[in-house]
Design a protein around this ligand. Sequence first.
Ligand SMILES: NC(=O)c1ccc[n+]([C@@H]2O[C@H](COP(=O)([O-])OP(=O)(O)OC[C@H]3O[C@@H](n4cnc5c(N)ncnc54)[C@H](OP(=O)(O)O)[C@@H]3O)[C@@H](O)[C@H]2O)c1
Length: 251
Amino acid sequence: MTLESAAYGFRDQVLLDQTLVVIGGSAGIGLATARLARGQGASVVLTGRDTERLRTAAKEADARGTAAFDAHDPLQLERFFQQLQGPIDHVMVTAGGPSYGRLLDMDAQQARRAISDHMVLALEVARHCAGTVRPGGTLLLLGGTGARRIRAALGAAPAVTAAMPAFTASLALELAPVRVNLIAAGFVDTPLSARLLGDALDARREELRATLPIGRVVVPEDVAALAVHIMTNTALTGATYDVDGGQQLVG
Ligand SMILES: NC(=O)c1ccc[n+]([C@@H]2O[C@H](COP(=O)([O-])OP(=O)(O)OC[C@H]3O[C@@H](n4cnc5c(N)ncnc54)[C@H](OP(=O)(O)O)[C@@H]3O)[C@@H](O)[C@H]2O)c1
């Protein structure tokens, strides 16, 4: 068993002979999931924008293939899915990040992007999953728990956070028998969190260690373990799964 699978009690090779595509797999949650899936026997394909980061990640996750493109570009996304070889079992979307900032400071175009980017990316990927992902396989989306509580600085993020579970459930009905699920994460210690918090990162980690019921910070491997469980448990579809160490109960 790998360390990661041992920590979560997976039997070895639960994804043997399956293929996982991670849209946004060169860092953070996507890369951790790719590594765990590979350790469980899957072959993995990673995408991201930065070629160098993708190359390093591909080595780390022993990836079968990579593709560098901006997932928000529908034409490049279409081209990527068209050239994918063989049957696909699971697709995970970890590209893109949250959009913060006061709503009234946004012009119409910025508002459209803040409100729709996340869902439109999920929809575009879902379109390509139809007929590509095998029945019983999964489309796995990422959302958050942090913006469930509305605060002024969060702008469009609470509205998008509220919409994602319903959006996921609707996609699950339309894409069946492919399963569609949403993971809602709190703070996860990834390069994205480091970028968002800058110099305040260490203080935030300390605060979370002191206040979270689990007494530690959630790491990408925790989210990866949930993701692999959702891939392998064929009863799960149309649902949202929180992984935040209890953050929404105390924050
Ligand atoms: N970290 C958290 O605390 C947290 C909490 C809740 C939800 N989430 C969500 O979980 C997802 C993953 O977060 P993370 O923390 O793992 O982020 P991360 O560390 O920044 O990793 C994101 C990955 O996606 C790629 N990516 C980003 N934008 C892309 C685009 N437009 N096209 C293609 N690839 C793209 C990045 O590579 P390139 O930059 O090279 O493209 C990278 O491989 C995000 O949707 C995030 O909003 C994160």
